[in-house]
Design a protein around this ligand. Structure first.
Ligand code: ADP
Ligand code: MG
Length: 699
């Protein structure tokens, strides 16, 4: 049987070197397999023939059968065009060509029966169809054509004649070559049990569907398979890891945990916090290494859960560390932990890129000797020279800045990998979580500490800022504080910093009787610290900053968040920023400022932000607006996100379903030795190999 995965596309009849290069470069199609799995993005029903008399400008594509009675050349320059007066006896319609006039005139004959296909529109009160497809009626079997597939192609391809139609012809050639011989990729058991269409049929139907019913069955089969192998991969990997490593067992709840819980806690834990701590305790008291994702919206109190877990490690004779994405956050966490721990004999230290060599040496020494209990820090912790005495628990805060690679680096910090708790406040849609972090168990804090009032969010245009300043003044006079945030985009850092400076100066003038802080990533760590400290302690009332405050920063007295140029932020970023307020008991406000003229997309984002405070709802909306490929974290995830047919925004139910199917298989076949599943494990290997393929070696 022909192995489509290794057969170069250039040998397909109708392709050749030149087109092959285009297909490689433009669509990443290298092999026959790639073309086989290049699915149409839409289908149009060609079994229906319209009457010309039915046409109006509101219709999508239509198909007509009739004759051209006469040609007429009209207009000058850019509006020069060829018009063919076409009729089927019920009425006339104008077929219009702006390009290739000579070619069309030569090719098409008057009074000959044609099938015309295109999108009607109205022009000067007349219906016309621009650049229609015109085929000889005797060549087409309309009742057999069913749905016509449309393939995405690029401008470059179209210029070389590789349009949707040409792609369709190539796919036809491919099927002729294959002659129906395509190996199945799912086990017979799965196909029967879940009523799936066999692969060869599904691939044929996806390219040449006769009707909607069979198309849907084919789509279901292919989506099922695509999602199934992603889940099989993740679950198999996580099972494998569990088998290989035993975990550190934290069997007791000791002094530090208990004393902290009963003496130091300034408030009652929320029900959700209690539940999550229970889940963690259960994990770390088991036989295997914990890998848990803790999702909780901004302000839900994840830090406390982290601290209690780290105390559990200490009670059992282990060290713990907490990895965070920015220095500001590391410093703040370190200070928070120390403050909360008070006089408890737990030593917490900070390690970041700007820790002085002298302090560094002391930290290294005390880490290795075991004198440090908890290390808080940035990427600096990942480096090889950071050696622990007995690391048992790792917290990774705000995960979306860290990938699988970083997680693995932390595992390597002890012979037996430490337990890992990944915390994220960027809510991840469930489907994405199952795919990105599918190897992690998930805990959710779905409850905010009591007394929080929902943040009121408004969207205003730049020209309305006067009333905004009055409002901020009133808040400050009531003893509150405000953030004003400017965007900072890497590509244009200089301009953005200027925006920040200008904004800062302007605000200094407007609020000349108040004290302002300024904060951005280019400042020295010492200065940043000092500014942050001044704001946190209430010395300054307004903090003007770039997005360096995006994650984690906690100043409960701040009640206003103004986001300038809000159009330049994504939804999850806006939500993160908004989460910097509403952390105390007072009513908080978020004001999104944009230009007057905004795009449709921006308008939607502003609507979503003013409409809901629910991070999960926002994450779902974000996924729908942007698609998974652009979501934070997917890039470094190492999982292929070029899904060919499944859609994480739409196929949640199916994903959930196949995850269970995959789990049953992984659970029931831990040695991958059940003959009924052989095809599945082989296919999984093939998929992984294809991802690492080298096209230089292809023939
Ligand atoms: P996040 O989940 O965003 O990291 P934090 O851990 O920073 O949230 O907590 C936000 C604020 O809520 C902090 O000021 C923290 O002290 C406070 N907090 C946490 N848990 C509770 C609780 N159970 N009751 C009251 N306040 C709490
Ligand atoms: Mg936090």
């Amino acid at each position: 049987m022909l192995d489509t995965t290794t057969r170069n596309i250039k040998y397909l009849p109708g392709v050749g070197e030149q087109r092959a290069t285009l297909l490689n470069r433009e669509l990443n199609i290298h092999s026959l397999y790639d073309l086989l799995y290049y699915f149409p993005y839409k289908y149009i029903d060609r079994s229906r023939v319209f009457k010309v008399a039915e046409l109006g400008g509101h219709l999508q594509h239509v198909q007509l059968v009739g004759e051209i009675r006469s040609f007429e050349e009209m207009g000058e320059g850019a509006s020069r065009r060829l018009v063919g007066h076409f009729t089927d006896g019920t009425a006339f319609v104008d077929l219009v060509w702006f390009r290739g006039i000579k070619f069309v005139k030569n090719k098409l004959q008057l009074n000959k029966k044609y099938v015309v296909f295109g999108k009607p529109s109205m022009f000067n009160g007349r219906v016309n169809i621009a650049h229609p497809d015109v085929d000889d009626a005797s060549m087409l079997q309309l009742n057999e054509m069913g749905l016509q597939p449309y393939y995405n192609t690029t401008e470059k391809m179209k210029r070389s004649g590789l349009n949707s139609n040409a792609m369709f012809k190539l796919v036809q050639n491919l099927f002729q070559l294959l002659d129906g011989k395509l190996p199945e990729t799912l086990s017979q058991e799965l196909i029967t049990k879940h009523g799936l269409m066999p692969l060869d049929e599904a691939l044929r139907v996806i390219h040449f569907p006769k009707n909607n019913k069979e198309l849907q069955a084919a789509q279901y089969r292919l989506k099922f398979e695509e999602l199934f192998y992603i889940q099989l991969n993740i679950l198999h990997y996580s099972r494998d890891r569990q088998k290989r490593y035993v975990g550190h067992r934290f069997s007791k709840v000791g002094d530090m945990f208990n004393r902290f819980y009963h003496e130091n806690l300034p408030f009652e834990l929320t029900g959700a916090q209690k539940r999550v701590i229970k889940e963690i305790r259960h994990d770390v008291n088991g036989n295997s290494q914990m890998n848990r994702l803790l999702q909780g919206d901004v302000g839900s109190g994840k830090t406390l859960v982290a601290l209690l877990s780290m105390l559990l490690a200490k009670d059992n004779g282990y060290q713990a560390c907490m990895l965070v994405p920015t220095e500001i956050l590391a410093e703040q966490h370190c200070a928070t932990l120390k403050r909360m721990l008070g006089s408890l004999p737990v030593r917490v230290e900070l390690l970041t890129g700007s820790t002085k060599q002298k302090e560094r040496n002391v930290i290294f020494q005390d880490l290795e000797s075991g004198a440090i209990d908890i290390l808080v820090g940035t990427h600096a912790i990942l480096e090889d020279n950071v050696v622990f005495c007995n690391l048992g628990f790792v917290v990774i805060d705000e995960q979306h800045r860290f990938g699988v690679v970083q997680r693995a680096k932390m595992w390597a910090k002890n012979n037996i990998p430490p337990h890992v708790l990944v915390m994220t406040a960027t809510p991840i849609p469930r489907t994405l979580a199952m795919t990105l972090y599918g190897d992690l168990d998930v805990s959710v804090i779905d409850e905010l500490p009591p007394g929080r009032k929902p943040i009121t969010t408004t969207h205003i245009f730049r020209n309305r800022t006067d009333s905004l300043y009055t409002f901020i003044r009133r808040q400050i006079d009531e003893g509150r504080q405000a953030y004003v945030v400017y965007p900072l985009i890497k590509e244009n850092e200089k301009l953005d910093l200027k925006n920040l400076e200008d904004g800062y100066n302007q605000l200094c003038n407007i609020f000349c009787d108040y004290r302002l802080s300024k904060l951005h990533g280019k400042m020295k760590p010492k200065e940043k610290d000092e500014e942050m400290r001044r704001f946190a302690s209430g010395e300054t009332q307004i903090l003007v900053s770039t997005t360096v405050i995006e994650v984690g920063v906690d100043v409960p007295n701040a009640s206003v968040m103004v986001i300038e140029n809000a159009e330049r932020f994504g939804l999850s970023q806006l939500h993160q920023l908004r989460g910097r307020v509403g952390r105390g008991a007072s009513q908080s406000y978020c004001v999104l400022v944009t230009e007057y003229k905004i795009s449709e997309d921006t308008r939607k984002r502003m609507e979503i932000m003013t409409g809901t405070n629910d991070g999960f709802e926002i994450a779902e909306a974000d996924l729908k607006l942007r698609g998974p490929g652009d979501m934070e974290g997917t890039q470094q995830s190492g999982i292929a996100f070029d899904l060919k047919i499944a859609n994480l925004a739409r196929d949640e139910q199916l994903l959930q379903y196949v995850r269970e199917v995959a789990r049953t298989i992984v659970d029931g076949d831990s040695e991958c030795s059940n003959p009924a599943n052989r095809i599945l494990w082989e296919r999984l290997r093939t998929i992984k190999n294809m991802r690492n393929r080298n096209w230089g070696a292809i023939s």
